[in-house]
Design a protein around this ligand. Sequence first.
Ligand code: HEM
Length: 121
Amino acid sequence: MSGMETLRLIVVFIHLIGFAVLFGAWAAQAFGGKRQITKLMDYGLAIAGLAGLALAAPWGISYDLNYVKIGVKLVVLVIIGAMLGIGSARQKRGETVPSAVFWLIGLLTLANAGMGLLWRG
Ligand code: HEM
């Protein structure tokens, strides 16, 4: 395996850590938590997003990237970011996070992970 291939796998690992942090923080709030937005969700999204942008360039691979998939993932990431922003703004005003906003964060996070894994070619 070349150095570039190894480096790319490390960036994929960081991408997965971002996913784990975002989804884990959300799941803790969803199941037994107060259904609030937490800072950890922002950090997870930032980690997954930065690593994702690095993976969006064709290096360390011998196949072609699917730019339609990458574009859709980027749009989904922006929507998750908007939901986190709307939710935390409501919280700061002492209101509850609208349940559609809260559940969309988890669902769209899973959608992006599912796309990364299942949408091949
Ligand atoms: C909430 C945000 C995101 C989550 C949870 C997420 C999750 C994942 C997961 C689970 C994988 C599969 C890793 C593997 O192949 O083993 C993946 C792959 C990938 N993701 Fe993301 N992702 C997110 C955002 C993004 C963004 C914003 C981009 C780029 C703009 C991106 C680009 C990629 C690329 C290029 C791959 C590898 C695809 C391939 O080589 O076939 N991701 N992602």
